[in-house]
Ligand binder design. Structure first.
Ligand code: DGL
Length: 213
């Protein structure tokens, strides 16, 4: 089976690795669309054009399944893509908020791009899954995906983003990595919150692809 995967750069390679771990014999094509990074700060119309272009490229290569290895593009465009390309099967990547609420965590921190945090989908994932005694903090992280993509100063960027939380002495029990780029900097994030459990949705995406096959 030919499986196409795309993201705004290297972030989606973390999803690709999870899929290949359980499906090593399929054929893969990966688009690292770094020239359009960051997706998370793009207007929806522009993002729709970008994801259509990636989809066409993967379709021309022969993809039957397309994995959107990007939370931002999934939360904003998966419905649009399914409607536009009914002949293809799409699997999206969403912030693993449900998984986080199923743990016994009290404080759940969701880190994602401004686009993902502002999306209706993220808000409803939080609202529908939160359990009694839990609180969910949504933290938009402008510039973080780009800092990772360009291999800039990650610690400096994280210090800025976490400053308010640190000042309030907020301690997350679980941190949801709601952008595939963030899975590449787990040790750096963990160093700010050593007691938090870090989770992403990558294995869930891989299982979904397997089910489809
Ligand atoms: N890696 C992507 C995500 O999961 C997009 C990052 C970006 O381009 O803003 O949201």
């Amino acid at each position: 089976m030919k499986i196409g995967v795309f993201d705004s750069g290297i972030g989606g390679t973390t999803v690709l690795t999870a899929i290949r771990n359980i499906l090593p014999n399929e054929e893969y094509q990966y688009i690292a669309d770094s020239k359009n990074c960051p997706y998370g700060e793009k207007p929806e119309e522009e993002l729709k054009q970008i994801v259509s272009k990636n989809t066409e490229e993967l379709k021309n290569w022969g993809a039957e399944i397309i994995v959107i290895a990007c939370n931002t593009a999934t939360t904003k465009c998966i419905g649009f893509l399914r409607e536009k390309y009914p002949e293809l099967k799409f699997v999206g990547t969403e912030p693993a908020i449900k998984l986080a609420t199923e743990t016994n965590a009290k404080n759940i921190l969701v880190m994602a791009t401004p686009g993902t945090i502002a999306s209706e989908r993220t808000k409803s994932l939080a609202k529908e899954n939160i359990r009694e005694g839990q609180n969910i903090t949504l933290l938009a992280c402008p510039g973080l995906a780009d800092t990772i993509e360009q291999k800039l100063d990650i610690r400096k960027k994280l210090s800025e983003l976490f400053e308010d939380l640190k000042n309030k002495n907020y301690q997350p029990d679980v941190i949801v990595l709601g952008c595939t780029h963030y899975s590449l900097i787990k040790p750096e994030i963990q160093s700010f919150f050593p007691n938090a459990k870090l989770i992403d949705g990558n294995e869930g995406v891989a299982r979904r692809v397997k089910e489809l096959i």
